[in-house]
Design a protein around this ligand. Structure first.
Ligand SMILES: [Fe+2]
Length: 240
């Protein structure tokens, strides 16, 4: 109830994260909030992640509050990306694991209508997370997820993005790109090239997004390949 009021009744979106945090702190929503909705069409295994529960719980709750009702198809995708990230976090160590999983839950939060400002969802999402005082590394990873800089360039927003958010090149960033770029719009697992072609087909030729995908494909595929190698290196208990 608190969350519905927050989404529907609070015009100032800056208050939403604060309300969610209060709801978590007072036990009005639990650690499982946002995890109940089914993932459609995917083969996502159960989540073994047991790291920084608070960061991930908060990320999942924010994503659920902003996406589940308003953008259910996007929410299906995000749930699968978040769940996959928990598996893929095996390639990381320490706090990198919770940062990855939190960023995965939040990576598309900029699509939420209350947050849309520039219309470029990585930048809108990163800015909003920073305005909420959320973990700044997560905000930076969200702002730059899946080669966002090249789409920002297509939209005339590259300087805004690079000025405001430092781009991280790391196994954590690669893993986030991997999870997004191998998960379809309904949460299904896809080969990365099939995923990129699905995006091209959905947005159509001669669009900003398709031009971006054409330019970004080598970088996205390289991040996926690096992550696949890391997954292979950690052994058969973590097949993806
Ligand atoms: Fe995504």
């Amino acid at each position: 109830m608190v969350l519905l009021l927050a989404v529907e009744g609070v015009g100032d979106t800056l208050q939403l994260g604060q309300l969610l945090r209060q709801a978590l702190a007072f036990g009005l929503i639990g650690p499982g909030f946002g995890a109940a909705a089914p993932v459609r069409g995917g083969k996502i295994p159960t989540c073994p992640y047991a790291g920084d529960v608070d960061l991930v719980t908060e990320a999942r709750a924010l994503a659920a509050a902003l996406l589940a009702e308003q953008l259910p198809r996007r929410w299906s995708h995000v749930q699968a990306v978040g769940t996959k990230a928990a598996q893929v976090s095996a390639v990381l160590e320490g706090s990198d694991q919770s940062v990855l999983v939190a960023a995965a839950w939040l990576h598309d939060i900029g699509y939420a209508p209350p947050l849309a400002d520039t219309g470029f969802h990585p930048l809108d999402g990163g800015r909003w997370l920073r305005s909420q005082g959320f973990d700044d590394r997560v905000a930076r990873l969200v702002a730059h997820h899946t080669c966002a800089l090249l789409e920002a360039d297509e939209r005339g927003l590259a300087e805004d993005l690079t000025t405001e958010f430092e781009r991280e090149e790391s196994a954590t960033a690669d893993a986030l790109w991997y999870c997004d770029a191998t998960t379809g719009p309904d949460g299904q697992d896809l080969d990365v090239l099939d995923r990129l072609n699905e995006i091209r087909a959905r947005y159509g030729p001669n669009t900003i997004v398709t031009r971006f995908i054409d330019r970004a494909e080598p970088q996205i595929v390289a991040a996926v390949q690096r992550t696949r190698k890391r997954l292979a290196d950690v052994g058969p208990d973590h097949p993806m």
